[in-house]
Design a protein around this ligand. Structure first.
Ligand SMILES: C[S@@+](CC[C@H](N)C(=O)[O-])C[C@H]1O[C@@H](n2cnc3c(N)ncnc32)[C@H](O)[C@@H]1O
Length: 248
């Protein structure tokens, strides 16, 4: 019998960009946050892990950095290649990166792309692999959800129209034997087509737990912020931004 696909292998197809609920203008701010917090200059080699259709890599390239976008989704990489034919793109799983050790100055997981695996041990494996491809002194940037904020501000059910199509979204926090996760279910109804269902599930890391995981993976000087502008970490803020440095 064929093995069942993990949700993250099927959840990010050509429909994914259609269902985004953020403003595109945030992309520049997010990309700039990485440049400033990681102190990246012109020519810095950035590995944009889980790059999707490459929106951050595009800004970094325009700003003179040297990004490589890496993702599992063939559909999203096809969009990236179409939009940015001169970009560098590669496909695969973040736990086994096809790059030699020490190839990058920075590795990023932008916009809640970390914590997808079924166990925290696999998340650790992914962070260690990120550390392997960093040059000594290279830097890490993670952008994840703040669980306390999510608990205090549950996202209401959404239902909206996109051109001719209808989208619904429901989300909740669930307890699993291996910790707390945030799950989102979406439906997409294109006119005259069968209803499409999407599911997303991300492990929620408390601030202390994500720091400990990064340190266990070999990062030092691990710092946590409450937003892209490096504001203080707080349960009032929806994000935890994590930075760290590969041990020299
Ligand atoms: C929430 S999207 C974010 C995309 C992009 N960082 C952005 O901000 O637009 C998460 C991305 O992670 C990718 N992904 C999920 N699991 C992956 C894995 N194991 N290895 C590589 N990419 C993965 C998905 O294909 C998807 O493009």
């Amino acid at each position: 019998m064929p093995e069942e696909k993990s949700w993250y292998e099927s959840g990010f197809d050509t429909d994914y960009p259609l269902m985004q609920t953020f403003e595109e203008s945030i992309t520049e701010l997010q990309a700039l946050s990485v440049e400033l917090l990681l102190n990246l200059g012109s020519g810095a080699r950035v590995l944009d892990l889980c790059c999707g259709y490459g929106r951050h890599s595009q800004v970094w390239r325009e700003n003179g950095l040297d990004p490589v976008g890496f993702d599992l989704s063939a559909d999203l990489l096809a969009i990236a290649r179409r939009n940015q034919p001169r970009g560098k793109w590669a496909r695969g799983d973040v736990r086994r990166l096809p790059f030699p050790s020490g190839s990058f100055d920075a590795v990023t997981y932008m916009f809640i792309s970390f914590g997808y695996f079924g166990t925290a041990a696999q998340d650790l494996e992914a962070l260690r692999e990120a550390g392997r491809v960093l040059a000594p002194g290279g830097r890490l940037y993670l952008d994840i959800k703040h669980p306390a904020n999510l608990r205090a501000n549950p996202v209401p059910d959404l239902s909206f129209r996109l051109k001719e199509s209808d989208v619904t979204e429901t989300s909740r926090i669930v307890q699993t034997p291996d910790g707390e996760r945030y799950e989102i279910r979406r439906t997409l109804q294109h006119p005259g087509q069968p209803l499409r269902r999407y599911f997303y599930s991300v492990r929620l890391y408390e601030p202390d737990d994500i720091s400990a995981l990064a340190e266990k993976a070999g990062f030092r000087d691990v710092r946590l912020y409450g937003g892209y502008d490096a504001r203080a970490l707080s349960p009032e803020e929806p994000r935890i931004i994590v930075t760290g440095q590969k041990t020299k």
